[in-house]
Ligand binder design. Sequence first.
Ligand code: GLN
Length: 478
Amino acid sequence: MTKPLNELTITEAAKGLRAKDFTVRELWDACHSVAQERNAELNAYLELFGVDTAAVEAAQTRINTEGESAPLLCGIPLAIKDNILIEGHIASAASKILENYEAPYDAFVIEKLKEAGALFLGRTNMDEFAMGSSTEHSAYGTVKNPYDVSRVPGGSSGGSAAAVASNGAIASLGTDTGGSIRQPAAHCGLVGLKPTYGAVSRSGAIALGSSLDQIGPFGKSVADVKALFDTIKGEDPKDLTSIPANAYPIPKTGNALRIGVPRHLIKEGIDADALEVFESTLTRLVNEGHTLVDISLPTSSYALPMYYVIMPAEASTNLARYDGMRYGLARRGATGLDDYLESRTEGFGEETKRRILLGTFVLSSGYIDAYYRKAEAARDVLREEYRAAFVTCDVIAFPTTPSPAFKFGEKSDPVAMYLEDVFTVTANLTGMPAISVPMGTVVREETTLPVGIHFTTPHGAEELLFKIGAEVTGEKLY
Ligand code: GLN
């Protein structure tokens, strides 16, 4: 094998391990040393863990004895976003308020990965509490995009994306509340999946917007993302919103898929060259035998305002638990109220405070009807609209983002930053699964940058996402 070990996909690494081309320890060392080397510049990891020799040896023994029937993820080194609990390790959600918070138990997804024999390289940098689209809101410094270090990797899971894109991890996990896996995947040339709401347990994920949050994978290929999803999904009694594997009927489709394109949404605000790549990707899919269907999703124009009412409302509620008493940073003032105020004033960053204020406002008794309840009602309309659209098409396609990765500081106006999520938030509002797959590149200031295509399907139809995604990347999955 000519590729350096850290550059392998999960599928390639699993094959090499079984063929005894290299050992689990060699694979770990290759990823760990590159991660360490690149971290000074990229800041993708908040912490790189030392080697867990017992876990490495257990994985090696399992591969030696079980061979082909060992889980695909056995011995594979992964990067984990800093808002997913790994027992005994810090989980800070890139916030000062949780700087020294040590996870007392494993998240459901970590349990699943441990059962499969996966290894953890470290915890990755992110926007504080997963609020942001650039990782500029981390309390521990920004993450650089490996394609161009003057640009953001996207966010909020920017560290998980940069770690894999720089070959400092084979694959990684992130969380997605409004696009935080798919958008950084697009900006870093990776595949990123936001599973169906409830398909992956949220137990052990630090809550942001509980009706929107999902944990999901980043990978260098669709096959890798599928392998991770298949490992971490499943019903969990500790998350009452989690669903059994066959909770939704699998839509019947032919081999040729009907791809719905909401042209009215992708007319404006998208860079011309990114749009060209999108169009030529669609043409390629048509040449493969798929068909394009014009669809209309009029309520989608309101998805962003809906999201930026609902999400801060849920965030302000979830973040109320950081009170200087139960978790994390504790400052003592003259009164109990001062304890609360001082801990939160010092512990939270600017964007977090902005969302708490916004969320508290839209939930306040004078405004809850005008904002929060109206947004929830609009969300029902949006869900219906998507359901109706899926009568005439099997998947819905649009570009993942309006443009490629932007420069640091370019979107310092919060509203400009929020516009970055215009295409991704609908999947969180409807609960439907969605994937971003690299579709090509554009050039900015003589640097080649990746751009992604985004597909959505009905609830529970991740397999369809993998099928269409593999058509774009040219992988043979089935
Ligand atoms: N960028 C979006 C936000 O700032 C989405 C964040 C996320 O998915 N966690 O809220």
